[in-house]
Design a protein around this ligand. Structure first.
Ligand SMILES: C[S@@+](CC[C@H](N)C(=O)[O-])C[C@H]1O[C@@H](n2cnc3c(N)ncnc32)[C@H](O)[C@@H]1O
Length: 458
């Protein structure tokens, strides 16, 4: 076991003896310890769900991640269930042991005796909590007996959606749509890949790549995998034949026409999904992001895919381009990221979200300032695409409307149905792109995204 996360796993569940659990550990225990660490990191410390650095084999880390993912996705139902059996929730990490055990018993299909046994072992290893092993055992048995029936009668959509998010979704889209989105959040997103156009000598090769990977080639050009394999083990990863990117996230870059040879600014670029699309389509790309760490990942992605871009780590609010204007600009602005909850069930549950959720006033203010700055760097006739992975109209439709109202030099360039394979159902009456997680339900859904395309008139 090496590294700070591994050490803090040991710390958070206080593994006795050596840091690495020895061979006498029950099968699956290490993965549960990892899951427990991840749940605590999100709920108690406001961290992102990230299994990198957990102890154990790749399979154990993946299992830990899967269990933490499930626990957080179903947290509302789980806490409601536990509330029926536990007078007052014990302190961390025992509360998280109960949550994890409930997730296993009710939603993961783990055999009841194994789930309860693992829960008891976890609590016995937690510092100062061994005395609560009896409580965990008793709650586990009652959950095994009655939990599934109670869960079947719960309002899963409502319970698993924090109040602030439910209110936002209902206010923006109506109660029925809010419920449909909340239900979509209960299912993990499929893995989508974007083929590296640079490596495809003709469009038919995307179909061949899809067949090789056992994937569906979507009308929009993304490849959708049938299951959830380890991405880095798939054919073509090392050669950079594709990169992981949700089908919705791949759409905004496709809205810039005629990229070959154009000078394009990718603003807020890291970790580089859209930079790679622009570069693979033949654009001369300047990729800028505030985060040096995320820019380092963008650099690694470019190396793996054999693509090139000028990389700048800077604050877009202060940076001044050496050479302006650009022929086109893509602004993938920082946002509440509520469109990605299927992929990141930790997002609405991170400690610090509070009762109100993300600070929309701050985010929309920043998005507006970034838009105005980008607008000043665009050549006449040039295209500016503004996008966010938010389900909130304030970060999408309203932002676009306000930008046009204060920018007489710009006009909307509506997206046409069928353009870039985009179905009419993904377009607003104004011609902006709007996807939601309940769209494409028969295909496994799609992340929530908004994109508006503007042209500089003069
Ligand atoms: C939605 S993410 C970008 C995702 C990226 N476009 C992609 O496709 O992989 C938003 C990015 O905005 C960056 N960001 C936030 N504030 C910024 C600022 N003032 N200047 C530049 N980048 C900023 C964040 O570091 C983050 O990487």
């Amino acid at each position: 076991m090496a590294g700070s996360v591994a050490e803090s796993v040991a710390e958070s569940v206080a593994v006795r003896g050596s840091k690495a659990p020895s061979g006498d550990a029950a099968p699956g225990l290490l993965a549960r310890q990892g899951a427990l660490h991840l749940i605590g990191a999100v709920l108690d410390r406001g961290a992102m769900l990230d299994e990198a650095g957990l102890p154990g084999s790749p399979a154990e880390r993946a299992e830990a991640r899967g269990l933490a993912d499930l626990t957080l996705r179903r947290l509302g139902q789980i806490d409601d269930l536990l509330g029926r059996f536990v007078g007052r929730m014990p302190k961390p990490p025992v509360d998280h042991v109960l949550r994890l055990m409930a997730a296993e018993l009710i939603f993961a299909g783990t055999a009841p005796h194994a789930a309860v046994d693992l829960g008891v072992r976890l609590v016995k290893r937690a510092r100062g909590a061994a005395k609560l092993a009896g409580l965990v055992n008793a709650v586990g048995r009652r959950l095994a007996e009655q939990g599934a029936e109670i869960a079947a009668g719960q309002d899963a959509a409502r319970l698993n959606t924090p109040g602030w998010l439910w209110q936002q979704l209902a206010a923006d889209w109506g109660a029925e749509a809010a419920r449909a989105m909340a239900l979509a959040h209960l299912t993990p997103a499929p893995h989508d890949l974007t083929p590296n156009d640079l490596k495809l000598t003709n469009p038919a090769e995307a179909g061949a790549l899809a067949r090789e990977l056992g994937a569906e080639l979507l009308a929009t050009g993304s490849l959708r995998l049938a299951d959830r394999p380890q991405i880095s083990a798939l054919a073509g990863f090392a050669e950079g034949a594709w990169w992981a990117q949700d089908a919705a996230a791949a759409l905004p870059a496709r809205l810039i026409p005629g990229l070959r040879g154009k000078r394009v600014l990718d603003l807020c670029a890291a970790p580089g999904g859209k930079t790679m699309q622009l570069a693979a389509a033949g654009a001369r790309v300047t990729a800028l992001d505030l985060s040096a760490g995320r820019m380092a990942r963008l650099g690694e992605n470019l190396v793996r895919t054999g693509l090139a871009a000028e990389c700048v780590a800077a604050d877009a609010l202060e940076w001044v381009p050496e050479e302006a204007p650009f022929d086109a600009i893509l602004l993938d602005a920082p946002c509440s990221a509520t469109g990605t909850i299927r992929r990141h069930p930790d997002l609405p549950r991170r400690r610090g979200r509070g009762r109100k959720g993300p600070d929309l006033k701050a985010l929309t203010g920043l998005q507006g300032r970034l838009l105005d700055r980008a607008a000043g760097w665009l050549a006449p006739g040039g295209v500016l695409v503004f996008c966010t992975c938010s389900l909130n109209r304030a970060e999408g439709e309203d932002q676009a409307r306000r930008f046009l109202a204060r920018s007489p030099g710009f006009e909307r360039l509506p997206v046409e149905p069928g353009e870039a394979g985009i179905p009419a159902g993904f377009l607003t009456p104004e011609g902006d792109l709007r996807t939601r997680p309940d769209f494409w339900a028969e295909r496994g859904g799609i992340d929530g995204f908004f994109a508006a395309r503007f042209r500089r008139k003069s």
